[in-house]
Write a protein that binds this ligand. Structure first.
Ligand code: SF4
Length: 272
């Protein structure tokens, strides 16, 4: 289901100086956590550059506001992945796949628009393509054990294509949140390595953006999960865990995304 150019790019990386990583998921001297709290990869790579989102949620008990932008991003994510879930379940016909968008909209209580419908269609085409390709298994939201690498009991990349974790996001690639998705991939890679004992050197980010007049634009980016990224991930993991374990308020971020759902929470900038 991944575009040919993604595989070609990965092959070209492997043909040259393949990344060599010292820090692997099975190297417990590196990945053993230093704190009791084990965050999820999405908490490590959350929206807040100072991790105050995790502090507010886990220590103070503040729930994020259901802002329009955050909700819409969630809908896009769900409309893209739903066809994969149906195909993964097996025995799904084209009619059932086509009806899946309406069922999902009812379940989410959302009125679909042209963009969401197009995202669903693109997801369905790729999910069917993965059936046709057949040689590389695609799993949707597989449950991987996270505890061996200091993460929550179960971690779930959006997709696993062979041994490549794929994370789907609507955040811009140049935003803090979009960039932090690299860290999230590193978490999945370490969990995969601890689970399988096999080295995994890459992950893929799929940015879904809106192209006028409302069609989705899929931007695939291969992320090399090298030692530098693994170290950054482990540092962020321990920072988040320390905040929760010790109840430390990390203070507001220097730059808060406009649509952060914690705007307006105690100690955070307002929603204006
Ligand atoms: S509003 Fe700013 S400080 Fe508060 S959680 Fe969001 S990004 Fe962090």
């Amino acid at each position: 289901m991944l575009p040919r150019r993604v595989w070609d790019y990965i092959r070209s990386l492997g043909a040259g100086d393949a990344p060599y990583s010292e820090i692997r998921g099975w190297r417990f001297e590196y990945v053993t956590p230093r704190y009791r709290y084990r965050p999820s990869p999405s908490e490590v790579a959350g929206i807040c550059p100072s991790h105050r989102d995790v502090y507010l949620r886990r220590v103070v008990g503040v729930q994020p506001a259901r802002t329009q932008e955050a909700l819409y991003g969630y809908y896009v994510h769900e409309f893209f992945l739903e066809p994969f879930r149906l195909v993964d379940r097996g025995g799904v016909g084209l009619d059932e796949l086509a009806a899946g968008a309406r069922r999902l909209a009812r379940r989410l209580g959302v009125r679909t628009d042209r963009f969401l419908e197009s995202v669903y269609t693109v997801g369905a085409a790729l999910a069917l393509q993965s059936l046709v390709d057949g040689d590389i298994p695609v799993r949707v939201e597989p449950q991987l054990p996270g505890a061996p690498v200091g993460l929550s009991d179960v971690v779930k990349p959006d997709l696993l294509v062979g041994f490549l974790p794929v994370e789907v996001t609507t955040a811009g690639p140049h935003s803090h949140y979009g960039g932090a998705k690299e860290l999230q991939l590193a978490g999945y890679v370490l969990a995969l390595e601890a689970w399988t004992g096999m080295p995994v050197d890459y992950g893929v980010l799929l940015y879904i953006r809106r192209r006028e007049p409302g069609e989705p634009l899929l931007d695939w980016r291969v992320v090399v999960v090298d030692d530098a990224l693994r170290r950054r991930f482990l540092r962020a993991r321990d920072e988040v865990a320390m905040i929760v374990d010790n109840g430390v308020d990390p203070g507001p971020a220097e730059q808060c995304p406009r649509w952060c759902p914690f705007r307006g929470a105690p100690g955070c900038p307002s929603r204006s």
